[in-house]
Each structure stands twice: as C-alpha cells, then as structure tokens.
Design a protein around this ligand. Structure first.
Ligand code: ADP
Ligand code: ASP
Ligand code: MG
Length: 407
C-alpha cells in the first residue's frame, strides 16, 4: 500500500481538493491508499490567532482541541470529493485512526497506532482519508504533533502499515538546495540522505517536519517529496547516505527566522548550574539550540547564552528569570532580532575550509555573526533577521549550489 500526504496549499480551495482526489484515485487503481491531509490553506494560523485573541496564554488542552478542527474540515471534504468521483473513501480523525500520543499538548509524539480500523477499511476497498497533525492521549484527549506535523502523521502511518512508499505532496517540486521561494537559482535535489534532510528540517527547511524524517530513517522508509501541481514529476527521494549515488560537500543552505536568544548573566561558575537552567527549560518543552558559556573577567561567574524558537521566547524568558533568581545570577537579557543561517552537507567534516569560507564571505558582506555552532554535517550562524535573505543568497552562490556539476 502507499501513503500520500497533501499539505495546506494542496487543499486550499475546492478546485485543489478535487485535484487531490484525482491524484489519490489514480493511485488507488493500483495500490491501497491512505491519504493524509493538512488543514486548508492558512486555517491553522487563523485558529492560532483566534485563540490568542481570546486569551494571552491559551490552555494547552483547549488549544489542541481547537487546532485539530482544521484537519477535520479537509478530511471530510476530500472524502466527499472522492465519493463524488465514484471512489469509496472514508475520513478518519486522529482518534478514529487509532493514533495514540504522549499526554503532552501541542508537541505530542506518537507512541502507538492501532491500525485495525484502517486495515478493515483498506481491505474493504476504501481510500482512508486521515487527519494529519493530530492524535489522542490514552485517556481520550485530543493532541497535536507540533506545527507542520502532518508529515509525521503520514510517515508514522506508512511505517505502521508497512507502506512501500510515502509521498509528501506540496507546493514545490521537491527538496531544493535552498528555499526556492527565497533563492530563485535554487536547484532541485533528486536524492537527499535522511541525515542531511533531518538536519535541514531541524534548522528551517520547512518542506518536511523533522520528526517525519527521523521516523522515515528509523524504518528505512522511502520518503518522496513531490509537487501537487505536477504530480508526474519524480521529485526528491530520501535514502540512506550509504545508498546515495552522489556525494557532495554542501547540499543545502537554510534559514530560520523564528529564532531568538537569551543570555543569563553572571551565572555562578559551579557544577550543576547548566543542568538547572536547561533542565527547567526542558520541563517546559523548550528546545535549545546553540549554547555558549563564556568566560567572565570575574572568574567566579560565566555568561550563558542560547538560542530558542522566537515563539518560545516569553515562556523561556520567564523560566530563565526564575532560575536566574534561584541560582544567584545577575539577570536575563533577550534578543529577538535573530535568524539562523545553516549550511548542511554529509561530508562537511572532511572539508575544514567550508566554515572559513562561509565566515569570510559573511564578513565581506558586512553581515555580523552573533553566534556559531557546528556539528558533523552542519555549520550554523546566528545573524540579524534583516540580513537573513541576503545571507542565504550569498552563501548559496559561494558554494555554487545552483550548478549541477558542483553537485
Ligand atoms: P505544506 O503545506 O505542503 O506542508 P510547507 O509550507 O510546510 O508545505 O512546506 C513547503 C515549503 O517549504 C515550500 O513552499 C518552500 O517555500 C519551503 N522550503 C524551505 N526550504 C526548502 C527547501 N530546501 N526545499 C524545498 N522547499 C523548501
Ligand atoms: N495544519 C498544521 C499546521 O499548519 C499541520 C501541517 O500543516 O502539517 O501546522
Ligand atoms: Mg508542511
């Protein structure tokens, strides 16, 4: 069987819902099909806005109950469109699909999928139209998987059902060397290693949800990114690094504007302090990325600076202020003007000049680097948001990513 996932832009209007139904019906002629859909267009953004108009910090359970309604509209409409074409289809919500998650709201992880109901419908020849992005706790409360989480629903269903492939249909033709809506010369990548894609997704390549890539890698599931508006195009296939035919130093450049940084000033230089700070943030499900602990002239204290998602800033600042007071730090400083620019490549480790060339080029462009972090396959710089798009373009040019031969 196969799983096909359609994002928000793919189901934005009645015409597009009919297009989705046509693609799914065509696939169903040769394979049992599960279709996963997101909410129509910007519905989820609209629901988020509504929640914040009602209250400043919405109750997380109710927030999930609200956000999950977006997908419930689109599944019903896609199932109706299929029925209208004479194709048997049934819509199922997260709970009806048997998607069980942790009891954590807004960023829940899937822990189990009870597939009996889905299998029964597939056996009876139905296309199952599944709501992305949502699940249920064992106690029956609705949860969501984090923004962009429909990709994860699709991959988790594909893995649980033993699908031969999971196709993520979106509004671009696959994974590019940079966001094609920002860098016009970005080149489509025919294949990307799971590891590279995971890193790209984590640092801002919105095209796939990081957890979806993680799951696909774990289950060695062929995951393809394809274009809803050009469904015959092959798109991009994700595979293990060892199966890749092409090896390149740099695969892509990403940018993440949803960033902020916090500095905790004059933190006492004692064992256990970093654990106290980052433990408190983790309890609030706040992911921290770049971390710098810097010397102070006064040897008994350090400054600890780290980046977080901008949408987590209010909570992270509050938690950091509480911890700062508790451990006797001087205070907390916040900077909202942060974007993260990253270069990703499976063999970056073997290319020590990549980082140097990246920093030099940013310097020549008068783009100031606020923080740096590196991993085996990624180099990231925190820069000012106003420099972000220019930075992606100059770094894309620097590594000739538009050039096939450089691939
Ligand atoms: P969907 O609603 O289908 O889930 P998303 O908006 O989540 O779609 O993801 C698709 C978007 O991801 C594209 O429109 C593109 O602007 C953006 N994007 C960012 N980086 C990349 C990249 N490296 N390759 C392809 N698309 C990217
Ligand atoms: N509708 C959800 C969102 O906008 C999930 C998704 O699109 O993947 O985040
Ligand atoms: Mg998406």
């Amino acid at each position: 069987m196969i799983v096909q996932k359609f994002g928000g832009t793919s189901v934005k209007s009645v015409a597009r819902i009919k297009n989705v139904a046509t693609i799914a019906a065509r696939a169903a002629a040769s394979d049992p099909v599960v279709v996963v859909v997101s909410a129509m267009g910007d519905t989820t953004d609209y629901l988020v806005k509504l929640a914040h108009q009602v209250c400043h910090t919405p109750n997380r359970r109710e927030y999930d109950a609200l956000l999950a309604t977006g997908e419930q509209i689109s599944i019903a409409l896609v199932a109706m469109a299929l029925n209208e074409m004479g194709v048997k289809a049934v819509s199922l919500t997260g709970a009806q699909l048997g998607i069980i998650t942790e009891s954590v709201h807004t960023v829940a992880r899937i822990v189990d999928i009870k597939t009996d109901r889905i299998c029964r419908y597939l056996d009876e020849g139905y296309i199952v139209v599944a709501a992305g992005f949502q699940g249920t706790t064992p106690a029956g409360d609705t949860t969501t998987l984090g923004r962009g989480g429909s990709d994860t629903t699709a991959v988790a269903l594909a893995a649980a059902l033993g699908a031969r492939v999971c196709d993520i249909f979106t509004d671009v033709s696959g994974v590019y060397t940079a966001d094609p809506n920002v860098v016009s010369s970005a080149r489509l990548l025919k294949e990307v290693a799971y590891e590279e894609m995971l890193e790209m997704a984590r640092v801002g390549a919105q095209v796939l949800h990081p957890r979806a890539v993680e799951l696909a890698r774990k289950h060695k599931l062929p995951l393809r990114v394809r274009n809803t508006f050009d469904p015959d195009h092959e798109g991009t296939i994700l595979r293990g690094a060892d199966e890749m035919e092409i090896h390149r130093a740099v695969s892509g450049v990403t940018m993440d504007k949803d960033q902020a940084r916090l500095a905790i000033l004059k933190v006492p230089d004692q064992p256990g302090i970093a654990g106290a700070i980052f433990g408190a943030l983790a309890e609030h499900h706040i992911n921290v990325d770049m971390i710098i602990q810097a010397f102070h002239q006064d040897r008994s204290v350090n400054d600890i600076t780290f980046t977080i998602k901008r949408s987590d800033l209010d909570t992270a600042r509050r938690v950091s202020e509480e911890v700062a007071a508790r451990i006797g730090a001087e205070g907390v400083m916040a900077d909202q003007d942060v974007a993260k620019l990253s270069v990703i490549g499976a063999s970056l480790m073997d290319q020590p000049d990549v980082a140097a060339r990246m920093f030099t080029t940013l310097g020549e462009e008068r783009i100031n680097i606020k923080m740096i972090s590196t991993s085996e396959i990624r180099i990231s710089c925190a820069i000012s948001e106003r420099d972000a798009e220019r930075a992606v373009k100059v770094i894309h040019d620097l590594f000739h990513l538009d050039d096939n031969e450089a691939g």
